[in-house]
Design a protein around this ligand. Structure first.
Ligand code: CTP
Ligand code: MG
Length: 170
């Protein structure tokens, strides 16, 4: 199914954004550090498989909030379909996990910044998962939504800094 336009793409990616953002908030206010998905496993390169930043709690909470966001949009705008919300959320969380896997293999400890990878891993995961299920977006919209995500990232970090939730404004 070809899905056209920036707004349409944003609607399908909104569950991914919610799923990606939820674990940070969840661990801070609901369940604490959580249980690592890699169960502490260290690979022969001496680095963790994923690290302590990827937890079961984060995955479950992310799925819950991502699908809830999708259902809210569905009620308000008649899209995205529930299947797409599930795929968008699951793809985002999987992409974020793959991002951490790549960072560990590059020798970057948990929380060390990897520009672009940190901000776009969830987006690539969501797009790839939706694509596999037949939800296709046009390239121009994909690029513009990527730029929107990068701008939103800078803006939300600044806001979190001003609100005292983060110690640095990036
Ligand atoms: N988080 C989680 N479970 C997930 C994803 C995220 O618990 N599946 C929580 C963790 O508390 C994590 C925070 O959300 O620290 C922010 O996620 P992210 O920035 O992706 O993790 P980092 O801690 O920066 O670790 P990494 O270097 O692996 O990206
Ligand atoms: Mg991070």
């Amino acid at each position: 199914m070809d899905i056209g336009g920036i707004v349409e793409t944003l609607i399908y990616i909104a569950p991914a954004m919610a799923a990606n953002g939820a674990p940070v908030v969840g661990s801070r206010i609901l369940y604490g550090p959580g249980h690592p998905i890699d169960m502490g496993l260290t690979l022969p390169d001496g680095r963790r498989l994923l690290g302590d930043g990827k937890t079961f709690e984060g995955f479950i909470f992310g799925m819950t909030i991502g699908v809830a966001a999708g259902l809210l949009l569905l009620a308000l705008l008649d899209k995205p379909p529930i299947t797409a919300s599930i795929l968008s959320s699951a793809g985002a969380l999987a992409g974020d996990i793959i991002g951490s896997f790549i960072k560990r293999r590059m020798g970057l400890e948990r929380g060390v910044q990897a520009p672009l990878l940190d901000q776009l891993d969830f987006y690539i995961g969501a797009l790839a998962t939706l694509w596999l299920a037949g939800y296709r977006f046009d390239p121009a919209s994909i690029i513009i939504v990527a730029l929107v995500i990068l701008v939103l990232h800078v803006a939300t970090n600044r806001l979190a800094y001003l609100l005292g939730l983060k110690s640095v404004p990036w």
